[in-house]
Design a protein around this ligand. Structure first.
Ligand code: ADP
Ligand code: MG
Length: 327
């Protein structure tokens, strides 16, 4: 069966479409055809098994903030799928849902009705993250701190709280499984991802202060770069005053439609601006990706052989292989 979201081959724009990716020589799977690869990933994912070969672990926990104050650009989709892909590749991963909408919690199949222990408790009341996280039922090795609607109030409640912009940092750094092997042992988290709300308020500020690496998903659409200036100014402000270690390490072009010139033009422009920070892998627009959350799943388990899932798997590999920025 040919995947639905294949595209005309031969894009000259330096981005890889799903079809090109599937056709590309892949050093880690030199013995299999694209269809075999898709089938293998499907079988392994269905059985909750690790995808071969697993990746080596970073020396210490890498904390990513996934932010872009625009809504609908793919922050949540990218967070949950990259996180699930890394878990399938043998990494231990924690997702912190920082958006009161709780979309990441939904996609990861974790309860987030009012009253469930959540990000709100950690950020506002100082409850330890270990007490509010739950394992994602579909993906072993992937843990989630869910967001309930209470978090909507936190934006205002935090204003009068002590150290209001570093509450999340304290919660993450206070987790016994965050750090290097010496401090946090073998069960440490390899990756933490914070899924931000679509605004630059106190919640997002908390994430920027907590994170070491920032991942910005950019939708391949008109006005893709609009508003990014404001986001980058905020990052500079945070670096200067609150968190000197913050780096924009990863930019991912999402919802890429290889049939349109517009999409490739946007991808080119993003690469011109950001160079090496932009992942080579681009995520195609795919119905399977958008359907998965309504089944309480990521596309990585919902349809592991689909182009969207294979591209997220490749993006996860790229992130892991590139490693954390040098300090
Ligand atoms: P954000 O978190 O930035 O608001 P989302 O990740 O929720 O953005 O994505 C916005 C919408 O676009 C959602 O309905 C999602 O299902 C859809 N979407 C995201 N990525 C893709 C994709 N690659 N293909 C198709 N739909 C997508
Ligand atoms: Mg979102």
């Amino acid at each position: 069966m040919v995947p639905r979201e294949t595209s005309p081959s031969g894009s000259s724009y330096g981005v890889r479409t799903a079809a090109e990716l599937a056709a590309a020589e892949q050093p880690y799977h030199d013995d299999s055809t694209p269809l075999a690869r898709a089938a293998e990933h499907t079988v392994l994912a269905r059985h909750g098994a690790r995808t071969r070969p697993t990746l080596s672990r970073p020396e210490r926990t890498r904390v990513f903030v996934v932010a872009n104050q625009k809504g609908g650009v793919g922050k949540t989709t990218t967070t949950v799928n990259v996180a699930a892909a890394l878990a399938q590749l043998g990494q231990r991963v924690l997702v912190i849902d920082l958006d009161p909408q709780g979309n990441a919690s939904t996609a990861l199949g974790v309860e987030h009705r009012r009253g469930v222990p959540s990000t709100y408790d950690a950020v506002v009341d100082g409850t330890s993250l270990a007490e509010v996280m739950a394992e994602s039922p579909e993906t072993p090795g992937l843990w989630v701190v869910p967001a309930t609607i209470d978090l909507a109030g936190a934006e205002i409640e935090l204003v009068s709280v002590v150290a209001r912009e570093s509450r999340l940092r304290k919660a993450i750094q206070g987790h016994p499984l965050v750090g290097d092997a010496e401090a946090a042992g073998d069960k440490r988290f390899d990756y933490v991802f914070v899924d931000c709300p679509p605004s630059l308020g106190l919640l997002t500020l908390n994430a920027l202060v907590a994170g070491e690496e920032m991942m910005i998903p950019i939708q391949a659409e008109y006005y893709a770069l609009e508003g990014l200036g404001q986001l980058l100014e905020t990052v500079e402000m945070v670096k200067a005053h609150l968190n000197p270690t913050l780096e924009v390490s990863t930019i991912l072009v999402t919802m890429y439609d290889a049939r349109t010139r517009l999409a490739s033009g946007v991808a080119d422009e993003v690469r011109e601006h950001f160079g090496d920070q932009v992942l080579k892998t681009t995520i195609p627009r795919s119905v399977r990706v958008s359907e998965a959350p309504s089944y309480g799943q990521t596309v990585m388990t919902y349809d592991p052989g689909s182009p969207g899932a294979l591209c997220y798997l490749e993006a996860a590999r790229e992130i892991a292989t590139k490693g954390a920025p040098a300090r």
